[in-house]
Ligand binder design. Structure first.
Ligand code: SAH
Length: 358
């Protein structure tokens, strides 16, 4: 689908670095992912041939989206069933989560207007097929101002460009992307960055890496600001830790295999762990209420994944084993159950959310 030959983006980075010097990792990641998502549908199951590069929870099982729909309908009902109400999903992929969530929400009478925040032209076409009435947006600035917003974002924040800082022998520096002959490599920036770090990290061991995601902080602040102004709630689901851990998590994935992040710019998915504590703090700063940060496995069990799996298996006994495997994939500690977190936010005055222990 790309107009450019394979490797063209790598060549563009090389030319740019030769001309202007090293570039930030955020720029490298941002431009690589923009090219990557704009030119393909990367989602697929690992068990098939033309199987895509990675698989996400809504593509594993319909129950994932259904339970998100139940959660949204529940909090909306207890907030007094406000109308109009908007469903806003960030990075909807194939639209699968939206289809499943909206179907199950409708059973409770929740039929919101649907908005998708999506950067990829290729995926916008797939999403339009899945949810014909959805309105597409490039960012959050053009959303309607006339009612509460129910936000959902699954594996969106992990794709946003991160910065890395590295502790060198000369103190903290930004980690940049430079060239070693024709190879893209990490180099340390020239500017001292010590002032950007909390005091307890000043004397960290040489080689320690810290990641931050300014784009994620900016987007969650905007979501929180809209919640505080218009009402509503948000579910942010992604992989990462509850609080900042030093260490490098950025990775590249193609055809379900890890590769080096400089191996195939624009041809592999670049992601990094999400720092949920940073997101929660940014949201709190704009007046949104943190409902909780729960492990995906525990949250899905609290919402009823076991009963729903059994009900589907009773209706289609031939699929019972497949359904059990899909459930396992979503909730088991050694699969997605522990590494993935569900963060709930709500407007001040909105009720607590299901699945978050008070
Ligand atoms: N939520 C889907 C897809 C996850 S892949 C699922 O769970 O299956 C990441 C999604 O975020 C894709 O739809 C991608 O196009 C979108 N995306 C990534 N970076 C983006 C950006 N900077 N702006 C808008 N959308 C972005």
């Amino acid at each position: 689908m790309s107009d450019e030959p394979r490797g063209a983006l790598a060549e563009r980075f090389r030319r740019l670095i030769r001309q202007t010097g090293p570039i930030s990792l955020a720029r490298y990641m941002g431009e690589s992912n923009a090219h990557y998502y704009n030119t393909r549908d990367p989602l697929g199951a690992s068990s098939r041939e033309d199987a895509g590069d990675f698989i996400t929870a809504p593509e594993v099982s319909q129950i994932f989206g259904e339970l998100i729909g139940v959660w949204l309908a529940d909090i909306w009902t207890r907030a007094g069933r406000p109308d109009p109400v908007h469903y806003v999903e960030l990075g909807p992929g194939r639209g699968t989560l939206a289809v499943d969530a909206l179907r199950s929400a409708a059973r409770f009478g929740l039929r919101p207007q649907v908005h998708f925040v999506e950067g990829s032209q290729a995926l916008r076409r797939v999403q339009q097929q899945a949810v014909p009435g959805a309105v597409h947006h490039h960012d959050l600035s053009g959303l309607p101002g006339d009612g509460p917003i129910l936000f959902a974002a699954n594996e969106f924040f992990d794709a946003l460009p991160i910065r890395q800082l590295v502790r060198t022998g000369d103190g903290w520096r930004e980690r940049m992307v430079g060239l070693d002959r024709d190879d893209l490599v990490y180099v340390s920036g020239a500017q001292p960055m010590d002032a950007a770090l909390p005091a307890e990290l000043h004397d960290a061991a040489e080689g320690t890496v810290i990641e931050t995601c300014p784009a994620a902080a900016a987007i969650i602040r905007e979501m929180a600001r809209l919640l505080a102004a218009q009402g509503g709630a948000a579910l942010v689901i992604d992989y990462g830790a509850r609080s900042l851990q030093p260490g490098e998590t950025v990775q590249a994935l193609r055809a379900h295999q890890k590769l080096g992040i400089f191996d195939a710019p624009g041809e592999a998915d670049l992601t990094a762990h999400v720092d949920f504590a940073a997101l929660a703090a940014a949201a709190h700063g704009q007046g949104a209420r943190l409902l909780g940060i729960e492990e995906q496995g525990a949250w899905l069990r609290a919402l009823g994944i076991d009963a729903r799996t059994e009900a589907l298996a009773r209706a289609a006994p031939a699929k019972a084993q497949l359904l059990a495997r899909q459930r396992e994939r979503l909730v088991a500690d050694d699969q997605m159950g522990q590494l993935f977190k569900v963060m709930g936010l709500a407007a001040p005055g909105w009720p607590d959310g299901a699945g978050f222990p008070a």
